[in-house]
Structures are given as C-alpha cells and as structure tokens.
Design a protein around this ligand. Structure first.
Ligand SMILES: [Zn+2]
Length: 40
C-alpha cells in the first residue's frame, strides 16, 4: 500500500503500528499538523 500523500510505500512497521493508516509517517504528521510545519 502506498501513502496517499506522497505515493511512496508505507513501511510495514508503521502499517502494523497503525491499522488503517493510509499515510507515511511524514504525511501523517503533516495531516495531524504536529511538527511538519517546515514542509511548505
Ligand atoms: Zn507520504
């Protein structure tokens, strides 16, 4: 499964950690608005 944010494969460890997640770690942080403010 690929990240819906950047189209890159999501690490299996992350998929296992968060079931149903459709974003990679970076995109998830951006989505949650945590600390990825410097992305853009
Ligand atoms: Zn991503």
């Amino acid at each position: 499964m690929d990240c819906i944010g950047c189209d890159e494969p999501i690490p299996e460890a992350r998929r296992l950690a968060e079931k149903g997640c459709s974003r990679c770690i970076e995109c998830q942080q951006i989505h949650e608005g945590r600390r990825a403010r410097n992305a853009r």
